[in-house]
Every structure is written in C-alpha cells, then in structure tokens.
Write a protein that binds this ligand. Structure first.
Ligand code: GLP
Length: 241
C-alpha cells in the first residue's frame, strides 16, 4: 500500500486528479470507478479545469459509481445521479451512455444489482476505483458487519451513516434507509484503488482500517489485501499513519 501524505484538501484533490488524469491519458478508454460525498468534490473540480484546458479528454471513458440511494429519482437533488451530473458529468465530455450509476428507482433489488455487476463485467472491470471512507469505515455503503463476499447489493444504512449524511437533506427522516452499493468483492476486483480522506474526524478510522485488524466490522480494512492501493490523506486525517 502506498500512503501519500499531503498538506491539505487542495493538495489531496490535485494529486488525486493527477492520478486519474494519468490513467485516462495512458488508457483513453479506461473504466473509472467513481465516488460521491464531500471528499472528491475538489478532485472533480480540478479534472473539469484540466478538461477545459484540453489537457484531458473523457470521450472514450466509461464510469461506474459506487452507490445510489434507493427510492430517489435521478432528478431528486439528494440523489447521487444529481450529484454526479452537477459536480462532474455535465461539465466534461463523458458520453452519458457510458456513465453508470445504480438505478435507485428500480424496486427489484435483485435484478438491479445483478444488472449492475453484469455491466461492470461486460466493460472489462474497473481500471481505477476512487474511494472515500465513511466515519465508521464504510466504503460505498458497505456498512460495518457486511460480508466481504458480496457483489452489488441492497444495503441498510446504519444510524451513524444516516446522521453523517443528514447534512445533505432537510431532515434526518428524509435520508433514505437503503442504498444499492457495489460490494467489497466488486471493489476488490478493481485493478487499482485510490482512497482519499481529509480532516481530523477521519484520523481514527484510517488508523483502524489500515493499521488494524482486517475485519468486516471495519469494511475498508479488506483493502489491506489488495495489491495496488494508494491512500492520499491530508495531514489531519493521516496523523496516525
Ligand atoms: C457516503 C458515500 C461514501 C463516502 C462517504 C464519505 O456515505 N456513500 O461513498 O465515501 O459518504 O463521505 P464524505 O466524503 O462526505 O466524508
């Protein structure tokens, strides 16, 4: 595992964008795994800036997002579809038929999860997977206790995740209780993994995930077994690493 410690959020975002950009330059038709949350926003901003300067071209890139809330439509402004369009897709030249996000409006969970895994497989798997980390060590919406053996599945969000995400919703009751998420098995199949974190509140969970025991209680800990993981952490979140 490579650990890159940087000064602050800006440097974390620039370095992450550099790695994604190198991936797209080396393999223009690569498959990128993308994440939501507040952590990757600066990375997307930086990539948009380079796209506008003609330094990066997404026209052949395929993307797969990690997760989507169940029951939120594409145009609901808390859905991850909305987030991705607003923060990234609408400002670059990715072909939208190659930008995949689980369909939270499909009420047939088994069918939706099977369809998503099959789509990832048929595109040749993920070349580079970008990840954030939840305060409880969740990746995507793989909450503590989730089997490492699962592919895309319907997850029940924990109280801690609902509380952490309620800042994006008007009321805590509006935070969906379920989400479709790639499983740790799908994530571990990515050829390269890039996990980013910033802020003091992530320091303890990074210590548990990357210096502690590998256990489903800390979903991110399985990444210790992946052969190509890079962590980019700012000074505050990386203080124990
Ligand atoms: C959400 C997402 C995760 C993300 C996590 C951390 O629960 N499903 O993919 O990594 O939040 O979010 P943030 O970057 O805002 O700390």
């Amino acid at each position: 595992m490579r650990i890159i410690k940087v000064k602050d959020y800006e440097e974390m975002s620039r370095k992450t964008a550099n790695i994604i950009s190198a991936q797209v330059i080396l393999k223009p038709d690569c498959v990128l795994g993308l994440a939501t949350g507040s952590t990757p926003i600066g990375t997307y901003k930086q990539l948009i800036e380079w796209y506008q300067k003609n330094d990066i071209d997404f026209c052949e890139v395929t993307t797969f997002n990690l997760d989507e809330y169940v029951g939120l439509s594409f145009d609901s402004n808390q859905s991850y579809h909305y987030y991705m369009n607003k923060m990234f897709f609408s400002q670059i030249n990715v072909d939208m038929k190659n930008a995949h996000i689980p369909d939270g409006m499909n009420t047939n969970a088994a069918e939706e999860c099977r369809r998503y895994d099959e789509k990832i497989r048929s595109c040749g798997g993920i070349d580079l997977q970008l990840l954030g980390i939840g305060l409880d060590g969740h990746i995507g919406f793989n909450e503590p206790g989730t089997s490492f053996e699962l592919g895309t599945h319907c997850a029940t969000l924990t109280e801690s995740t609902i509380r952490a995400n309620e800042r994006f919703f008007e009321k805590a009751e509006n935070v969906p209780k379920y989400a479709y998420t790639m499983g740790m098995k799908s994530i571990m199949q990515a050829k390269k993994i890039l996990l980013i974190a910033n802020g003091e509140n992530k320091a303890q969970i990074l210590r548990e995930a990357f210096l502690g025991q590998i256990t489903p209680q800390v979903p991110a800990s399985i990444l210790q077994l992946h052969s190509d993981v890079t962590l980019i952490v700012d000074e505050a979140s990386g203080k124990f690493l």
